[in-house]
Design a protein around this ligand. Structure first.
Ligand code: FPP
Length: 250
């Protein structure tokens, strides 16, 4: 896939990734599941670099879901340790590359060490103007919708918001993704075809791309470029007819 084929004027503004298949990839090598998560870091690095090279503005990675807390303690602890060491190691490079680091999710439930590394990384990179890299941690789409609803309800109770003010635009601002645009392209590796409680509201009109023959540790820049190219071949109609869309883009 050559980079020249990608139309830089029609990039997805927001790419979200469900990084699936680490455990199965490790099993294939006869190794423990955590081995797969470790190898997933290279795929994360390649994805961030590819987004940077293209000029994509927002990348949101499903790093640890609310449901992932139910995994064996050994695996959860391993992922948390990997998170701490990866953030500590990668943040200087991210900062150099003008990447802004953010998180979404119930991060209060993360180990203190992980919160500290993330807070330091976010503080250091907060004014960067390149790619916004958001890690979804202890995140689920339903959690997000409920936390936004509670927040809005509190404001209604205090008469800071009137019920009539609640519309899609206001609701979006209370979601954890705040000012990020809705997801244009959602990629999932590993062969399963589902959203798995990821960015439910934000993916209402996302193009879904399931990469079946790749486990996450195998994902490389070319896969991201291929995905963007495929996205550009699709016609996004947002509920309109194909003819209407063609007329608008003329
Ligand atoms: C899904 O594969 C992967 C996860 C639940 C964890 C993803 C975490 C990382 C890649 C490491 C940390 C990342 C950063 C950005 C610091 P799976 O375990 O569900 O695989 P399976 O479906 O084959 O079991």
């Amino acid at each position: 896939m050559s980079l020249e084929k990608i139309d830089k004027s029609n990039l997805p503004r927001h790419v979200a990734v469900i990084m699936d298949g680490n455990g199965r990839w490790a099993k294939k090598q006869g190794a423990m599941r955590i081995f797969g998560h470790h190898h997933g870091i290279k795929a994360v690095r390649e994805t961030v670099e590819a987004c940077g090279e293209l000029g994509i503005q927002y990348l949101t990675l499903y790093t640890f879901s609310t449901e992932n807390w139910n995994r064996p303690k050994l695996e959860v602890d391993g992922i948390m340790q990997l998170l701490v060491s990866t953030i500590a190691k990668e943040v200087p490079e991210l900062h150099k590359s003008n990447v802004r680091l953010k998180t979404i999710g119930d991060t209060a439930s993360l180990p203190a060490k992980a919160r500290r590394e993330l807070d330091n990384g976010m503080a250091l990179t907060k004014d960067n103007t390149g790619l916004t890299l958001t890690l979804a941690l202890s995140y689920s789409g339903k959690w997000d919708i409920i936390q936004a609803t509670k927040h809005i309800a509190e404001k209604v109770k205090k008469s800071e918001i009137s019920i009539d003010d609640i519309d899609e635009e206001l609701f979006s601002r209370y979601l954890a993704t705040e000012e990020s645009p809705d997801v244009d392209l959602m990629i999932r590796t590993g062969g399963d075809h589902r959203i798995s409680n990821y960015l439910l509201w934000q993916s209402a009109y996302s193009e879904l791309l399931f990469i079946d023959d790749i486990f996450w540790p195998e994902f490389r820049k070319e896969h991201l470029f291929d995905s963007v190219y495929t996205y550009q071949l699709r016609e996004r109609r947002f509920g309109k007819t194909g003819d209407q869309v063609k007329k608008e883009t003329k």
